[in-house]
Ligand binder design. Structure first.
Ligand code: 5GP
Ligand code: ZN
Length: 112
C-alpha cells in the first residue's frame, strides 16, 4: 500500500527505531510512547485492522505475540506488560496497518 505509513516504515521510506526484523514481521519503538516501554510489532503484509485478518494469516499472529513477548523480556519491560490491538477509530486506531502495541514498565490496574 503506497499511502500507508507502516508500509512505508517496512519499506524503509520512513525511518524507525527498530527492535527486530525478519522477512515477515517488524518491531519498532512507538514515536509517542504511552508507557515507559512502548513498542509496536507489525506484520510486513498490509492488513488494515484485526477485522481484516484472514485464515491464512493465523500463524503470523501467533508469531507476533511470541516475538513481542520475547522482546519485552529482552528490553527489561518486566513480567507485567500488555499486548494490545486497537480495531477501528472508535477504539483509538489511527494507523490502518494492523499493529500490536507492547506496553509496560509500570504497574497499571486492569482495565486502565
Ligand atoms: P493506534 O492508535 O493506531 O492503535 O496506534 C498507532 C501508534 O503508532 C501510536 O501509538 C503512534 O504513536 C504510533 N505512530 C504513529 N506514527 C508513527 C511513526 O511515524 N513512527 C512510529 N515509530 N510510531 C508511530
Ligand atoms: Zn500498510
Amino acid at each position: 500500500m503506497t499511502d500507508c505509513l507502516f508500509c512505508k516504515i517496512v519499506a524503509g521510506d520512513i525511518p524507525s527505531d527498530k527492535l527486530y526484523e525478519d522477512d515477515e514481521i517488524l518491531a519498532f519503538w512507538d514515536i509517542a510512547p504511552q508507557a515507559p516501554k512502548h513498542f509496536l510489532v507489525i506484520p510486513k503484509k498490509h492488513i488494515a485492522a484485526p477485522v481484516d485478518i484472514e485464515e491464512e494469516d493465523d500463524r503470523i499472529f501467533g508469531k507476533l505475540m511470541r516475538i513481542g513477548s520475547q522482546l519485552a523480556k529482552e528490553q527489561g519491560v518486566g513480567d507485567g506488560f500488555r499486548l494490545i490491538f486497537n480495531n477501528g477509530a472508535k477504539a483509538g486506531q489511527v494507523v490502518f496497518h494492523i499493529h500490536m502495541h507492547v506496553m509496560g514498565g509500570r504497574e497499571r490496574p486492569w482495565p486502565l
